[in-house]
Design a protein around this ligand. Structure first.
Ligand SMILES: Nc1ncnc2c1ncn2[C@@H]1O[C@H](COP(=O)(O)OP(=O)(O)OP(=O)(O)O)[C@@H](O)[C@H]1O
Ligand SMILES: [Mg+2]
Length: 276
C-alpha cells in the first residue's frame, strides 16, 4: 500500500547537518494499522507531510522515494501526485477546530473533497454521501449536524466530522497525525475505537502518529519508533512493548503512566519480563 524508501528531509533554515527526517524507510500493508511513535520534534509530522504532499517545497530539500499503491509520489509529476494523494489518502489532524472554516457548515466541509475528486456528482448526491460518511463516523443525527457550524460542536464531534471528511471518498490509507491528543481520555478511547472499526469494516490501512505509547498500543498492530528523524526500532506491538531493544524505546514505555500499564496488564508482563 505504502512504501517509504530512504526518505530524507532538510529544512533550509535548519543547520546543514540537521535532517528533520533522516533516511527513513518503512511500509504500511493493505488493511494494516501501523503506529509511528516518537518524542516531539522527532520527525513524525514531517514524514506525514511528505506522504500527503503537504511538505513546504520552497523551504525544504528532500530525497528518497514514496510509493503509494504502486506509484512513486515524492518525485513524480505534481498533478498526478496531487490526484493520487487525494484519491488514495484521507488525512486527520490533531486540531479539529483549526482544520474547519468557522463560517461554513459542517456538512459542506465534510463533502468538500468530492468537489475536486468527483466533480460529476450533483449537490444532492454529495449531501447524501456526506450524511453516510457522518453516520459511519458515528455522529448522531447527521442531518442536524450537517447544518451546524464548527463552534456549535464539541471537540469529539468535530473530530468525528473530520474523520467523516477523511473517509467520504473511501481512501485506501488514513493518515492520522495525533488525532486524539487534544481530546479528553474518554473521547480519545471512542475515537480510537472508531478508527479500529473503520479499519476492520472497510479494510482501510492506517498510519497512526502519536507521541503517546499508550495510544499506539491500543490501536496498532505494528509500531515504528522514531528518534531524531530515524526509525530506531520497529516490530509487532507485542515485541516492541515486551522486549524493547533500544534504550530510547524503553524510555518511551516508561513514560506511560503506571495506572495505564496496570489497566492493560502490561505492567505485570513487563515485571515478569524483567525477572526472566
Ligand atoms: N516548516 C518547517 N520549517 C522548518 N523546520 C520545520 C518545519 N516543520 C518542521 N520542522 C522541524 O522538523 C523537525 C521535525 O518536526 P516534526 O513536526 O516532524 O516533529 P514531530 O515528531 O511531529 O513532533 P510533535 O510530536 O511535536 O508533533 C523539528 O526539528 C521541526 O522544528
Ligand atoms: Mg507532529
Amino acid at each position: 500500500m505504502l512504501e517509504v524508501k530512504n526518505l530524507r528531509v532538510h529544512f533550509k533554515n535548519a543547520a546543514p547537518d540537521r535532517f528533520a527526517v533522516d533516511g527513513t524507510s518503512f511500509t504500511v500493508g493493505d488493511g494494516e494499522i501501523v503506529g509511528l511513535v516518537g518524542e516531539s520534534g522527532s520527525g513524525k509530522s514531517v514524514t506525514a507531510m511528505a506522504i500527503s504532499g503537504l511538505l513546504p517545497r520552497r523551504q525544504s530539500e528532500y530525497s528518497g522515494e514514496i510509493w503509494l499503491d504502486g506509484v512513486e509520489i515524492l518525485n513524480g509529476d505534481r498533478n498526478l501526485m496531487r490526484q493520487m494523494q487525494g484519491d488514495t489518502i484521507g488525512v486527520i489532524f490533531q486540531e479539529p477546530m483549526s482544520a474547519f472554516d468557522p463560517i461554513m457548515t459542517i456538512g459542506r466541509q465534510v463533502e468538500e473533497s468530492l468537489l475536486v475528486h468527483h466533480p460529476e456528482m450533483s449537490p444532492a448526491a454529495r449531501r447524501s454521501a456526506a450524511l453516510t460518511a457522518m453516520a459511519e463516523a458515528e455522529l448522531d443525527e447527521p442531518e442536524i449536524v450537517y447544518e451546524k457550524y464548527p463552534h456549535e460542536l464539541s471537540g469529539g464531534m468535530l473530530q468525528r466530522a473530520m474523520i467523516a471528511a477523511a473517509i467520504i471518498h473511501s481512501p485506501k490509507l488514513l493518515l492520522a497525525d495525533e488525532p486524539t491528543t487534544a481530546l479528553d481520555v474518554t473521547i480519545q478511547g471512542q475515537i480510537l475505537d472508531l478508527l479500529k472499526k473503520i479499519n476492520k469494516t472497510k479494510g482501510t490501512s492506517i498510519l497512526f502518529i502519536s507521541h503517546n505509547m499508550r495510544v499506539i498500543r491500543h490501536l496498532s498492530e505494528r509500531v515504528l519508533v522514531m528518534y531524531r528523524g530515524k526509525i530506531v526500532e520497529q516490530g509487532s506491538v507485542e515485541d516492541v512493548f515486551l522486549h524493547p531493544q533500544e534504550a530510547y524505546t524503553k524510555k518511551l514505555i516508561d513514560s506511560i503512566p503506571a495506572r495505564d500499564r496496570h489497566l492493560t496488564g502490561l505492567k505485570e508482563k513487563l515485571k515478569g519480563n524483567e525477572t526472566t
